[in-house]
Design a protein around this ligand. Sequence first.
Ligand code: KG4
Ligand code: ZN
Length: 406
Amino acid sequence: MNILGIETSCDETAVCFVKCTGNPVKNTFEMKVVGNEVYSQIKLHEEFGGVVPMMAKREHAKNLIPLLRKILLASGLQISHENRESEQELRECLKKKIEEGNLEELFGREKEFFGEFVRFVEQLDATEIKNKIDTIAVTEGPGLEPALWMGIIFARALAFVFDIPLVPVNHMEGHILSVLPQQITFPALALLISGGHTELVHIPAWNTYKIIGQTRDDAIGEAFDKVARMLGLPYPGGPQISRLAEAQRATKTSTPEYILPRPMIHSKDYDFSFSGIKTAVLYSLRKNPSYVEDGLLHEPAPEVVAKEFEDAVTDVLLTKTFNAIDEFAIKTLIIGGGVVSNSFIRSRFEEKISEYPKTKLLIPSPEMRTDNALMIAVAGYVKKFTTTNSKQDLSKLSAKGNLSLT
Ligand code: KG4
Ligand code: ZN
C-alpha cells in the first residue's frame, strides 16, 4: 500500500511517501521510503523562544505544496506545464470537482494557499496520482490547532480531488509506532518525551492505549528549552543542554556541589512535574550575585547546571518508567519523541534495561524521533490491521488540539 503522510501539528512541516507491505500484527510489516521531507521552522521561531502558532500555520501553508512536489518528483511522477491533448477537458473536470467539494470554502481565509493548490493540482495527472497513492494519512491532533488545520485542509482537498481514502492519525500514536518495523511484544509501555508531552502509556495490545501518567505542568522538552534560555542558550535548548552536560561529564575535575530536586520521584503514581526543577535552577542562578555579568553566566557554571539538570530529569524518567515496567510486567519499552535524541537519556535507559532480560527497549531511528510524516504514514497503515473499519465521514475531519490517546 502506497501512503502519503502529512504532519503539521507543531513547527515541522512534513510530507512523506512510503510503500508499506505485510501485516504488523503478524510481524511481517515492511516499509520502503520513497520520499521523506521535513521542513523545520526552528530558525523562524528561535527569536521568540518558542513556537508561535500563527506563524507555524502560515509556514505550513507555504511549505506543503513545494514539499509534496518534491516527493512526487522523487517517486518518478511527471509534473508538467505542457499542454496535454485533453488539457481543457481536464481543467473543466477539475474545476467541477473543486466546486462540488466546496474546496474554496474548505480553505477559508487561506486564499493564497487555495490558489496555489488549484495551480498545483492542475499540473498533475489525476489518473496517475490515483493509481500511485492508495491512502493519505494526516495528523488530526494533538497539537497547535491552527497548524494542524493546514495539514488537514491539504489532505482533505487532495483526497477529494483525486478520490483517495483519508486516514486521520493521532500524533502520539505516531510517536509510539515510530519504532516499527521493530517488533513490539505486548504488554508494552511507551514513554513519550517531547517539547509538548511527557506521558507514560500502557499498551496491553494493538490499538489499546491507557495513559497511566503524564506531566502536571511543563513537558520535559519544554523544561530543557526553558533552562537553556535561563543559561542564555538558543532555542531549542535540548541539544544545547545536552552538549554542555556532556562537556562537564568529560572533565576530570570534580564537579562542584550543585544539587537540583527530583520532583515526584517517590510519588506512588506515574505523573511527572518538571516546573519545580526549572524554578530551582532559576533560584540558584538568582542567588548568586555574579549570575550575569557581561551577558555571560559565571557561577554556577552553565555546564554544571546542564549536567545536574540532565541527571535530575533522567533519574525521574527512569524511576517512574521502571516502576511501571515492574507493575505491568512489560515486555517492550518504547521511547519516542524529540527528547529521545538525548544520548545521555538513551544510554541510562539502555544500561537499566540490561537488568531486565525479559524486556526489550525500542528506540526509533533518528529521522523518526523528532516530528515527521513517516510515523504518521506508518500509524495510518497499522490502523488497517488493528481497527474495524467503521465508516466515518472524513469530509468533516477537523483539527483536534487536545486529542487524547484514550
Ligand atoms: O518531538 P519534538 O520534535 O517536537 C514536539 O512534538 O514537541 O521534540 C522537540 C523537543 C524540544 O523541546 C527539544 O529541545 C527537545 O525535543 N530535544 C532534546 C534534544 N534534542 C531535541 N532534548 C534533550 N536533548 C536533546 N538532545
Ligand atoms: Zn511530536
